[in-house]
Design a protein around this ligand. Structure first.
Ligand SMILES: [Mn+2]
Length: 325
């Protein structure tokens, strides 16, 4: 994979009339902010922009919007002339339907693909690339691109892009915070980005029902001091009893490693009888992708996931055993 220059990408974009912008499912602030920011900028320079995500925009990001948003491939116009993949580098991350869509409706038709991303291990072979694993968010890379157009960037676009930085750096608390993320944030504020609107929406904690759910989950805490691992689980009944859904337990594993003596956070969620979904987090303590591989899962050094069929005590036993290795 070779990156294209931003100038080359600009040339590819400015000769197009109707683009499709796709980001990963279970979208976060970077996926939505970079997609909507790019789409709204392109609309402002008279390029018709369509955004697709397999999933709906999560409630906390509903303050961001764009003109043409699709959660079904059926409504996407047939005559798109450019395809953007944002904030992922494996088409499966956009959903199984997207894998065959890209093959049949994009690559086979010779429609150019532009991949803009900041994750490691790019698996996309076809297209032009702007991939920088040092970039704090995909939105930072969108800013690099659109600031080359010499056209004005309005406050709406600026707010979308600032959202990507605030969410992916957790307000400059994560280790990916760097000079460029602060510099671009200052530029975006100068362009009118609404930081207080972002903070009001992103850092609201949700309903008390969610607090009740998380109280239940945290009461299951198991801490293995020697391994520095904190483990919590949620049974399906927890969600039923509190009237919540799986979205309300997002970020549990990440939250655990904010405590000083926990280097690894693990959250286990019951999917069906004797079927569990596990998500893990660390800050450079061990390589969690290797750990997830032992269970047939995958992910990154700092975050990984896998599923397990069997009883919960057996799962916990295997987690401890594999971490001891
Ligand atoms: Mn991202």
């Amino acid at each position: 994979m070779n990156n294209s220059s931003v100038e080359d990408l600009k040339y590819i974009v400015e000769t197009k009339k109707k683009v499709l912008i796709v980001s990963h499912y279970s979208p976060d602030g970077d996926a939505i902010g970079s997609s909507f920011g790019l789409a709204n900028f392109l609309e402002s320079i008279n390029v018709e922009a369509h955004v697709y995500n397999k999933d709906q925009v999560p409630d906390y990001l509903n303050f961001l919007s764009t003109k043409n948003f699709h959660t079904s491939l059926k409504t996407i116009p047939k005559d798109i002339d450019l395809f953007f993949a944002l904030d992922f580098n494996d088409f499966e991350r956009a959903g199984d339907e997207m894998v065959s869509f890209v093959e049949k409706e994009v690559i086979n038709l010779g429609i150019p693909v532009v991949v803009i991303d900041h994750h490691q291990n790019n698996k996309i072979k076809y297209g032009s690339f702007l991939i920088d694993t040092e970039a704090a968010s995909t939105g930072v890379l969108i800013y690099r691109l659109i600031s080359k157009f010499g056209k004005s960037i309005d406050e709406n676009v600026a707010t979308c892009l600032l959202t990507t930085i605030i969410t992916d750096t957790s307000s400059f608390k994560n280790s990916n915070s760097n000079f460029e993320s602060l510099k671009v944030s200052a530029d975006l504020m100068d362009l009118g980005a609404d930081l207080s609107q972002i903070n009001d929406n992103i850092f609201k904690l949700g309903n008390i029902a969610k607090l009740k759910l998380r109280t239940k989950i945290h009461s299951t805490l198991l801490f293995e001091e020697k391994l520095k691992v904190a483990i919590c689980y949620a049974k399906r009944s927890f969600y039923e009893e509190t009237g919540t859904s799986k979205e309300d337990s997002e970020g549990i594993s990440n939250g655990l490693i904010f405590y000083n003596d926990a280097e690894i956070g693990i959250f286990i969620r019951e999917v069906q009888d004797d079927k569990w979904k596990i998500s893990t987090r660390t800050n450079n303590y061990i390589d969690l992708s290797v750990f997830a591989n032992l269970f047939g899962g995958g992910g990154h050094k700092n975050a990984s996931g896998f599923t397990f069929d069997g009883k919960l005590p057996e799962l916990i036993k295997q987690i401890i055993k594999n971490l001891e290795k």
